[in-house]
Structures are given as C-alpha cells and as structure tokens.
Design a protein around this ligand. Structure first.
Ligand code: FES
Length: 152
C-alpha cells in the first residue's frame, strides 16, 4: 500500500505517493526524473547516489523515501542557479575532477558538504571526508584540488 510523501526537492514542493520500501534514490530517479543522482552499488558503498537532506549529505540508496517526509532535498540538479554553475561544478571542470563522469554528481554533492561541514582544512581531511565516494577512473587528486580551490 502506498504512502504519502511530501518533500521539497530543489526548492519545489512535491506531493508524492510512494511504496513504503522505495528508496529516496529510486523516487528521485523514477518518479521525479531527476536522473543526475546515480545508482552505483545501491548498497551504501560507492557514494554515487549522494544528495543533501536538510543540508546534510546522505546516501539516497540507504534512505527510505518515507524517512524524509517534510524535509528539504537538494540534488545535483539543484546546485546551479539558472545558467550559473555552482562554484564546485566550475572547479571540477577546471581541475578535470572526472573522466567517465558517473560518480561526479555524488562527488560534487559530497564536496559541497565537505566544505560546509568544515572538513576541508587539509588534503588529508578532505580525503577522509570524501572516502565514501568511489571513482573508478582515479580522479582523486583532481577532485581534492577542486575542493581546495573552492575552500580557499
Ligand atoms: Fe548509494 Fe552506491 S548507489 S552508495
């Protein structure tokens, strides 16, 4: 039986009806067509599905939709202001913080949270905070450079 779910996604109020077992990840991708958030492992191991819930990063594959009732969600689609990219998006472009790009939305959402939560004070701290976001292409040094530039 479906349950009501009210949440604000990228500034827009959504009134949905969801299966109790549906993850936030599947709801974003399948019901709201916000496919920027990626499904890598679906088990909390890769970080490709990272979004912000009330400003805090979460793995949306580990979060049931019903757990975020009444909350504010930000996805990668919600970072840019119109045509103006978020500074972290600009920095990823400038520093080549990706190759295939599959992990990039999750990396960027974590990177924004890394600075906001005060964990970007050294390369080591950044690497520790970002360790849940896996990049198969090995773009890690460039990702760290991008974060350091935005932090500076
Ligand atoms: Fe959620 Fe991998 S898809 S952590």
């Amino acid at each position: 039986e479906k349950m009501p779910l009210k949440m604000e996604v990228n500034g827009k109020l959504q009134n949905l009806s969801v299966e109790p077992r549906s993850t936030l990840l599947d709801i974003l991708r399948e019901q709201l067509d916000l496919t920027g958030t990626k499904k890598g492992c679906d088990h909390g191991q890769c970080g490709a599905c990272t979004v912000h819930v009330d400003g805090h990063r979460v793995n949306s594959c580990l979060t049931l939709g019903v757990m975020v009732n009444g909350k504010k969600i930000t996805t990668i689609e919600g970072l840019a202001k119109g045509d103006e990219l978020h500074p972290m998006q600009e920095a990823f472009l400038k520093h080549d913080g990706f190759q295939c790009g599959y992990c990039t939305p999750g990396q960027i959402m974590s990177a924004v949270a890394c600075i906001r939560e005060g964990h970007a004070n050294s390369e080591g701290e950044i690497r520790e905070y970002m360790s849940g976001n896996i990049c198969r292409c090995g773009a890690y040094p460039n990702i760290v450079n991008a974060i350091q530039e935005v932090k500076a």
